[in-house]
Design a protein around this ligand. Structure first.
Ligand SMILES: Nc1ncnc2c1ncn2[C@@H]1O[C@H](COP(=O)(O)OP(=O)(O)OP(=O)(O)O)[C@@H](O)[C@H]1O
Ligand SMILES: [Mg+2]
Length: 244
């Protein structure tokens, strides 16, 4: 469903820094892929390029067979809004807007029935354990609750793929498990997940783990029958093998 080919991303005018160095990566429909690697290795940049948040310097991203570079800015933002969901380490929610309105915000202009959308948002809030916080301002909830609201927002449009960049980075173990349980349940209903994380425990939820180093993917591990504990144990070994 998602295919990045020979992706290059450079920053800087005079001294160009090559942050992605000819990366080939794909995500199959409904697949759960985790990306690990040292700080600065290009993980977030890869996520931004694959999700059309940023354009690659070279190379191409195909989403459901369509080159993202062929889309106008408007069309691209439509695709991102209707088919993709985004969860970031620090949810980018707006002050002076209550939690419910923040969750609804990306879909405010949709033709969908507004009250049905609200109902769906409430259901997601219940599921993530933040039911009842609809009217709170974002300054009146905890970091974990904010993160769950960010996840509700990402899931509201029934995305085909969720991009998550360190979605549990700021959370304690319990809140982190709750977020990952929900992400996993969404994945079980057929949604693809592309997740960046430093945490082997979080990566162990994925069916395939990629390790990045210096702008390249240096290893790929496919899990099939292994249980989560086995996956979790093997991940640090894989990283060590590549001096990560
Ligand atoms: N807009 C930018 N302008 C210049 N350099 C950038 C920009 N964005 C990222 N970089 C550089 O690109 C490199 C990779 O950054 P990226 O954010 O992708 O790393 P990462 O693997 O996600 O790291 P972390 O684990 O710390 O989040 C870093 O050296 C970073 O400084
Ligand atoms: Mg990052």
């Amino acid at each position: 469903m998602l295919q990045g080919s020979a992706l290059v991303k450079t920053f800087g005018d005079t001294q160009k820094i090559r942050v992605l160095n000819r990366v080939d990566v794909h995500v199959r429909p409904g697949e759960f892929v985790a990306v690990m690697g040292p700080s600065g290795s290009g993980k977030s940049t890869l996520l931004f390029v694959l999700s059309g948040t940023d354009r690659p310097t070279e190379g191409e991203v195909l989403f459901e067979g369509v080159p993202l570079s062929s889309l106008s800015d408007n069309r691209l933002s439509d695709v991102r809004r209707t088919k993709m969901g985004f969860v970031f380490q620090k949810p980018t929610l707006l002050r002076n807007l209550n939690i419910l309105d923040n969750i609804l915000l990306p879909h405010i202009a949709d033709k969908t029935d507004r009250s049905a959308l609200k109902e769906k948002a409430r259901t997601l809030m219940e599921k993530t354990g933040i039911g009842g916080l609809e009217d709170r301002d974002i300054t009146e909830v905890s970091g974990g609750q904010l993160q769950r609201a960010g996840l509700c927002r990402a899931l509201l449009g029934d995305p085909r793929i969720v991009f998550a960049d360190e979605p549990t980075g700021a959370l304690n173990t319990q809140a982190s498990e709750a977020i990952m349980d929900l992400l996993e349940s969404v994945h079980e209903t057929g949604t693809a997940v592309f997740l960046v994380t430093h945490d082997p425990k979080v990566a162990a939820r994925a069916g395939r783990v990629l390790a990045m180093k210096d702008g390249q993917i240096v290893s790929e591990t496919v899990f099939s029958q292994e249980d989560r504990a086995t996956r979790q144990k093997s991940i640090p070994q894989i990283l060590r093998k590549h001096n990560i």
